[in-house]
Design a protein around this ligand. Structure first.
Ligand SMILES: [Mg+2]
Length: 123
């Protein structure tokens, strides 16, 4: 089964995203911030094919996490999508330049999430 990672400091948001990913057949791992996400990746049975990443989080934020993943050659197949309340075009650009494949603004509909996943060749 493909693993997906949900990285968000909001428990409620993790629950929403995890539920939808599980309904699409993903085995979901959750983390509260970037540091914990890197730990989850290290202990995962296989590389997560996807990470949904919040921007604003304690310890290591979403941009820092995306840069950390993109600095690792062994994770270069991992799709990264920023999922955030940040709506400025300059922020979208910052996320994409850091290495995010896609960007989705909160709030979002299940259809919007599915459509973004499809754009990345998932599920
Ligand atoms: Mg947050």
């Amino acid at each position: 089964m493909s693993h997906a990672l949900v990285v968000d400091d909001s428990r409620a948001m993790r629950a929403i995203l995890s539920k939808q990913l599980k309904s699409l057949g993903f085995d979901v791992l959750e983390a509260e911030h970037g540091e914990q996400a890197l730990e989850r990746i290290a202990s995962a049975p296989s590389m997560p094919v996807l990470a949904l990443v919040d921007w604003n989080m304690p310890r290591m934020n979403g941009i820092e996490f995306i840069k950390a993943v993109r600095n690792r050659r062994d994770l270069d197949k991992m799709r990264l999508m920023m999922v955030t309340t940040e709506t400025e075009l300059s922020q979208v650009k910052t996320a994409l330049e850091a290495g995010a494949n896609e960007y989705m603004m909160k709030p979002f509909t299940p259809d919007a999430l599915l459509s973004k996943l499809n754009t990345m060749g998932l599920p």
